[in-house]
Design a protein around this ligand. Sequence first.
Ligand code: MRU
Length: 358
Amino acid sequence: MKEQLKQVTHVENIRYDKEREELVIIDQTLLPGEERFLTLTTAEEMYDAIRSLKVRGAPAIGICAAYSLYTLARQIQAREPRDFLQQLQEQAAYLNSARPTAVNLSWALKEMLKTAEVRLALPREALLEALYHKAVEIHEDDIAKCRAISEYGLTLVKDGDGILTHCNAGPLATSRYGTALGPILLGTERGMRFRVFSDETRPLLQGARLTSYELYRAGVDVTLICDNMASIVMKNGWVQACFVGCDRVAANGDTANKIGTSGVAILAQYYGIPFYVLGPTSTIDMNCPDGSRIPIEQRDPGEIKEMWYEKPVALSGVPCYNPAFDVTDHRLISGIVTEKGICRAPYTESLRALFDNK
Ligand code: MRU
């Protein structure tokens, strides 16, 4: 069991090979059928990897963006520090436009730009070195944060519990343990048994393709269900807690996560099941007062009508509405689990306290 778990928690979804100066990611769109690694060299390849979900999951997007910006910084030829910074800012803005909802993307890019801004006077090699170390720090911090979130999350469940999750907030979406899947993987490592229900997560099937893949390979008792089956498994009494990840948490606790998450939270409240959001503080956007201000990404209708089928499942003229995320009202959330502890309502106060007591 431990060996299997190791395999999963050490899948290198993002790796920077310093000797070869190469950024390598696993192409998540091909999983679980194929494990193919891609080297990202140009800004267009990086943008496309994020946009097309080859790399996905809020923290993973941030980590990839940080290494991407370092890689692009190495390609900048400008001699004048001002010109260097301007080109770096342009590349950051381009990468940032790949996906709007997960705040980790802009957060990581801002961290990288700040690092460059205060070191502009340094010789080029020293500046690049600082950018590399910042990207590594963002990556390593996420590993530590996921571990701490997993520990806190584990206090919310007991051996034998049924847990329902939506989308994928495991090692592939983060680093190592993941956020929503972290307590499950950590508990399993310690000999606990959980029964996990993984929503398939239409339309891009992250639950079927990635969550069930990660949990199954780790030896966790995972059952895949269609999204519209969450109600019946809750009604059957098989679910004691819901664990989901997050793409952006507003200052009042409203939380954007994969489309369908808010429906799970509404069901959970109806059945009296606690609903927990798990994520690092880098996913909390204190500048965003509430969920109505979170930008929601709209995606191609082809993802609904064509992507997984031999033939389109609807007439080509039929319009589709394809928001990639929805916002769960903070009143439906039993707790927000961060690396600094578990926040409870009122979230305006408990989330603020996370940043006040640095
Ligand atoms: O569109 P995706 O696959 O990037 O959406 C991912 C999610 O909604 C995850 O739940 C979220 O990013 C948290 S990952 C720890």
